[in-house]
Design a protein around this ligand. Structure first.
Ligand code: WT7
Length: 627
């Protein structure tokens, strides 16, 4: 396949698609974005209508649906209870041990959420308070997130793979009074001691008053009687019982904070709101994900990342769909566990990440072919470029040539997708598609001038969108600086890209100090802080190098303190140290020891020089190099 390869969508997909003529939709939405979003908002419930769809008066602090009152839980849960969806499955959950299955109708989901909400209220959690949720992929993650939203509290989900220091940083940053966690989580048949990590993390967190512990692995944990509570014990108490009202909040009130990596070691608390976010999710779930009433929808992402928060939890529930969640990894106990789940549960649409596709592809076609995957209609991917080889395999082998394969682009900051190929649109494998209805994008040069088609440059979004981040938690200046100051009036994505003659966008990669490893977003500064805190390390620099499966792998260049010698053991020790202090996902793949790092005269490490050298490429302009 080449850049010019165009694949028409399969006719059965076109026949049922919620979006008819994609061209007409895109043209009309872009002619009147606010009209488009307003019509989508009308499909949802609001206890008070908006005065204005979009308020630009305090740009770049845009406001959507101003004056309106709503709650995402009213739309994701409550409103379905007055319809036949009351008895429809909202969630099908399967454990890593796939014989463990839990299902919840919309009605029982509503009851579970009420119970958790009652408990949070009894702990004094009120509107605007932040609750940190550190849970693996289990149903209680749904209950916890929705319970916070229901009472107007703000959830901050921390990915279950983060270690205590990273968790501590996020708890402190958000001043959470309550943390919701588990005894442990299952990872490839072994217990990952999450409660222990919380214990270490909250030791230094002055704000935490209560820790709710869900029993999951039944492993031994230490409980502090003044602070820790078993969830199943709390549920038995009278305070947990009874109805709990869904509080109506302002459309612009915060729904959640999701920490993500940026250019410094300090993670950014991306803030999303109730009103606009629900509209954008609902619309993309309808037009882009093409969800149907009878569908079983599986997004494999973890809600510790935006894909999971948006497309495992909120978007499917907003559309009253059945969402599927699997606790385990794609290769445990065998590399066909996903295919087996699709077959057994009759999944219609699957949304996953390129790294998972490439991992499974390496195990060969036979694992896939032994399963009947004919329920599948559309296959989605997000998080990093879906290379044409992986696209082809996903299409030919998993989709058996009958499914649409759709790449989608978005960010923690954008909340919901911005680029995709609508189901009825011709696809260009390797490209992220076109802007969603109502959005316009451009690729600009260093001076902010739009470049001709086919030229690489910086990707910017031209229109505000309802699910946009509103600010960075407690760092409004950083919000303006990072996204809105380099090219005034447009949103800077941090990605490089090109747009071809037909308007398809091809993402090249990050232009800032962020590395996408297996789709996980990791800041060079974060890894450097972790490696730098190892006693042997004097100085270090992290770069991303291309990796066949992970997309990028972290390569570390290290200067040792005198008295330490490079060795295999030291490498292993540094990697273990990163796993412990930051996260196992951030472990450097390779470590090189050097005497000195290339720096500018002002002392800034020149990572591009390290990268060029590691790749055997031209080192470019070295005039600013100190030595
Ligand atoms: C960064 C955002 C999909 C949202 C989850 C990730 C990269 C995302 C694609 C894609 C190429 C992609 C970008 C972006 N990215 N989707 N389809 N093709 N690159 O959210 O963790 O905030 O990361 O992921 O570099 O800026 P995130």
């Amino acid at each position: 396949m080449t850049d010019e390869t165009i694949v028409d969508p399969p006719q059965p997909v076109v026949d049922v698609a919620n979006v008819g003529d994609w061209n007409t939709l895109l043209e009309s939405a872009v002619a009147d974005p606010e009209g488009f979003w307003e019509a989508e908002a009308q499909e949802l419930e609001w206890s008070k209508p908006w005065d204005k769809v979009l308020d630009r008066s305090d740009a770049p602090f845009f406001k959507w649906f101003t004056g309106a009152r709503t709650n995402i839980v009213t739309n994701a849960v409550d409103r379905h209870l007055n319809t036949a969806r009351r008895n429809k499955l909202a969630l099908i959950w399967v454990g890593e041990d796939t014989s463990k299955v839990r299902t919840f109708s919309y009605f029982s989901l509503a009851r579970e959420v009420e119970q958790m909400a009652n408990i949070l209220l009894s702990m004094g959690v009120r509107k605007g308070d932040v609750v940190t949720i550190y849970l693996p992929r289990i149903p209680e993650l749904f209950f916890a997130m929705l319970a916070c939203a229901k009472i107007g509290a703000v959830h901050s989900v921390v990915f279950a793979g983060y270690s205590s220091e990273a968790l501590n940083q996020r708890i402190d940053g958000s001043e959470s009074k309550v943390v919701i966690t588990v005894d442990g989580s299952w990872i490839n048949g072994k217990v990952f001691p999450m409660k222990q990590i919380v214990d270490d993390a909250v030791k230094f967190s002055p704000t935490v008053e209560n820790v709710i512990v869900v029993r999951n692995t039944e492993s031994e944990v230490t409980m502090d009687p003044t602070r820790d509570h078993w969830y199943h014990e709390l549920c038995k108490l009278p305070i947990a019982k009874g109805r709990c009202e869904t509080v109506q909040v302002d459309a612009e009130d915060p729904l959640f904070i999701l920490y993500t990596s940026g250019s410094t070691g300090k993670p950014k608390g991306v803030v999303h709101t109730h009103g606009g976010y629900q509209v954008h999710l609902s619309a993309t779930m309808k037009y882009c994900m093409d969800i149907h009433e009878e569908d079983r929808w599986w997004c494999t992402a973890d809600p510790g990342w935006i894909t999971g928060t948006s497309y495992v939890i909120y978007a499917p529930l907003l559309r009253g769909a059945t969402t599927f969640m699997a606790e385990g990894s794609p290769v445990f106990p065998y590399p066909d566990v996903w295919w087996q789940l699709i077959e057994h549960y009759g999944i219609n649409s699957m949304f996953t990440a390129p790294t998972a596709i490439r991992t499974l592809m390496r195990f060969g076609d036979a694992w896939v072919r032994k399963h009947d995957l004919s329920s599948l209609r559309i296959l989605f991917s997000a998080g990093e470029p879906l290379n044409p080889e992986a696209w082809q395999w996903f299409h030919d082998v998993v989709g058996n040539g009958k499914c649409a394969v759709i790449d989608t682009w978005f960010q923690t900051e954008t909340g919901a997708m911005q680029l995709t190929s609508l189901p009825t649109m011709p696809k260009k494998p390797g490209s992220a598609g076109k802007p969603i209805p109502g959005q316009e994008v451009a690729v600009v040069d260093e001076d902010g001038k739009e470049v001709p088609p086919g030229t690489d440059g910086f990707l910017v979004l031209k229109n505000p969108w309802p699910s946009m981040l509103r600010t960075l938690y407690k760092e409004p200046e950083r919000y303006v600086d990072t996204y809105w100051s380099k090219y005034p009036g447009v949103y800077l994505t941090g990605d490089s890209a090109r747009i071809d003659e037909d308007g398809y966008v091809w993402i090249i990669g990050r232009t800032d100090d962020v590395i996408k490893v297996s789709g996980h977003r990791i800041g060079t500064a974060e890894v450097e802080t972790a490696v730098g805190s190892h006693p042997a390390v004097a100085e270090c620099a992290a770069i991303g190098l291309p990796h066949e499966v992970k997309g990028n792998a972290i390569h570390m260049v290290v200067v040792l303190h005198t008295g330490y010698e490079p060795s295999k053991d030291l490498i292993a020790d540094i990697r273990a140290h990163v796993a412990e202090t930051l996260s196992p996902i951030a472990k450097p793949d390779t470590i090189d020891f050097v005497e000195k790092l290339p720096k500018t005269r002002s002392g800034k490490i020149m990572r591009r020089v390290l990268k060029a050298r590691a790749l055997g490429e031209d080192e470019g302009d070295l005039s600013t190099l100190d030595d």
